[in-house]
Write a protein that binds this ligand. Sequence first.
Ligand code: HEC
Length: 147
Amino acid sequence: MKMTIGRTAMIGACAIASLSIAGNLYAHGNVTPQAVDTSALPDIEGGNDNWIEHNPYSGNPKAIEIGESAYGQNCARCHGLQAISGGIAPDLRYLELGDSGDEWFIERYHHGSSHDGKVYMPPMGDVLGQKAGWAIRAWLETQHTED
Ligand code: HEC
């Protein structure tokens, strides 16, 4: 019983901590990306710098595993744990599946988003690499929801 209460309290504390960190990052666009080891995944045709528009790892179990952890380290602080947004950034479970979703995903991942001189999302592509991006997308597909 004690254990359960402790755990719940800790999860709550973490959620609050990550929310305030996200608030900070949101304001300054200041993020230190965590490198992702994608050596177990097949190389992108034409090389990592040849940005393609469709996910080559869709349904690949290894990619999904790598993507889940890469998401947790690099995206969850803004987009929410398990891709469930707390409202700071869009809920990525609703991203369209298939080709048009892929294109939009990789565009944002690669270049980030800024308007009116403010960074809303820092560019991730050149720091984490294309393979990590598609691995995250492969995991996000498994979290997709319509409602
Ligand atoms: C510093 C906070 C922050 C981090 C970290 C971050 N994002 Fe974002 N992201 C945002 C915000 C804010 C938007 C909305 C931008 C806008 O509306 O212009 C966004 C938008 C997106 C979109 C478009 C969503 C839509 O519905 O249009 C995708 C895809 C995305 N992010 C993927 C990622 C991935 C993948 C990562 C991790 C590699 C990541 N983001 C890390 C803040 C962040």
